[in-house]
Each structure stands twice: as structure tokens, then as C-alpha cells.
Write a protein that binds this ligand. Structure first.
Ligand SMILES: Nc1ncnc2c1ncn2[C@@H]1O[C@H](COP(=O)(O)OP(=O)(O)OP(=O)(O)O)[C@@H](O)[C@H]1O
Ligand SMILES: [Mg+2]
Length: 159
């Protein structure tokens, strides 16, 4: 007789990556390069939409961490997490969560009102708002914060 219990079968396995980086422009650049490499290692095409979108999100989140969230001498943390979709949870699609934690918990991202971004201000959050399925911030005790952005993934690491 067939078992009543449906086995959870991840279509995309969960995966996790974290890296501390110096809060410098070089560190921010490295964050983007490492994210692209990691996603390629997980099977996504470097020139595919998922990786290109993720690269832009990492670049803007990391740039903000080193410009606005920097505390002298403290690193920032890049985290990538793929949450699996399962055959038993078809309503919860797989997602890639990109998180950048910095040490300035008292300052938060402040989107420019309306579409008031200029070449010098407000472009980053506009890009994040446009490309991410959802984004947000959360406190990171004792004195930091995490700014995260999620993109929903397709059925597998194909593009
Ligand atoms: N990690 C962060 N820590 C503190 N403040 C932040 C952070 N990220 C964003 N902000 C605030 O939100 C504002 C808007 O961010 P956004 O990235 O849209 O623009 P920007 O960084 O000023 O300019 P750019 O167009 O070069 O990205 C910033 O000017 C800053 O005040
Ligand atoms: Mg910015």
C-alpha cells in the first residue's frame, strides 16, 4: 500500500553562503564578485537573469553598507540563502535571499520620496525596489542592522 506521508522533495536544495568583508569600496566590489561566483557554483548561469539581478542587488546593498552603514574598523557581512521549494509546499516558491549586515543600526535606508532619485542620490533603493520581490531591514543586535532583498526563483538553477 502506498504511504500516506508525502516525502518532501526539494526541487532546489537549500544553500547558504556567508562572508565578512571590509567596509570599503573594494569590499563592496568583492561582495558582488563573490556572489556571482557562489551562484555559478550552485548551478546558475553567470549571464542568466537570476545571477545578473542578484549581482545588481548585492552591489547596491553592499555599496550602501560601506557608504552609509560603515563604522570604522568594522566589517560588513554578506549572506546568500536559497530556500528550497518542495513538492509539498507548492505555494512557497524557492527564493534567493541576499542580506547585507552593517554596524549602524541607528541609520536605516530611506527611499527618496516618489521617484525623486537623481544621479547622485536614491538610485540604489530604487533599483532594489524594482528588482527585488520583497526587501526590508531588521535589527542585528547589539548595534547593527541587516538590509535584505529576496528574488523568487524559477524551478531550478537554469537561468
Ligand atoms: N545600509 C544603510 N545604512 C544607513 N543608511 C542607508 C543604508 N542604505 C541606504 N541608506 C539611506 O538611504 C538613502 C537612499 O539610499 P540609496 O542607495 O537609494 O541612495 P544613495 O546611496 O544615497 O545614492 P546612490 O544613488 O548612489 O545609491 C541613503 O542616502 C541613506 O541615507
Ligand atoms: Mg546607494
Amino acid at each position: 500500500m502506498k504511504s500516506e506521508t508525502t516525502e518532501r522533495q526539494p526541487l532546489i536544495p537549500s544553500a547558504h553562503f556567508r562572508q565578512q568583508l571590509s567596509a570599503t569600496r573594494r569590499g563592496a566590489r568583492l561582495a558582488r564578485l563573490l556572489a556571482v561566483q557562489q551562484l555559478a557554483d550552485w548551478g546558475w548561469a553567470r549571464d542568466g537573469e537570476t545571477v545578473q539581478t542578484a549581482a545588481l542587488l548585492v552591489a547596491e546593498l553592499a555599496a550602501n553598507a560601506v557608504v552609509h552603514g560603515r563604522v570604522a574598523g568594522r566589517d560588513f557581512l554578506l549572506t546568500l540563502a536559497v530556500s528550497p521549494t518542495t513538492t509539498t509546499l507548492p505555494t512557497a516558491p524557492a527564493a534567493l535571499r541576499i542580506a547585507v549586515s552593517d554596524c549602524r543600526g541607528e541609520r536605516l535606508p530611506a527611499p527618496a520620496p516618489g521617484s525623486q532619485s537623481t544621479d547622485e542620490y536614491g538610485r540604489g533603493l530604487l533599483i532594489i525596489e524594482t528588482l527585488a520581490t520583497r526587501w526590508g531591514t531588521e535589527p542585528r543586535p547589539p548595534s547593527g542592522k541587516t538590509v535584505w532583498a529576496e528574488i523568487v526563483l524559477g524551478d531550478g538553477p537554469t537561468g
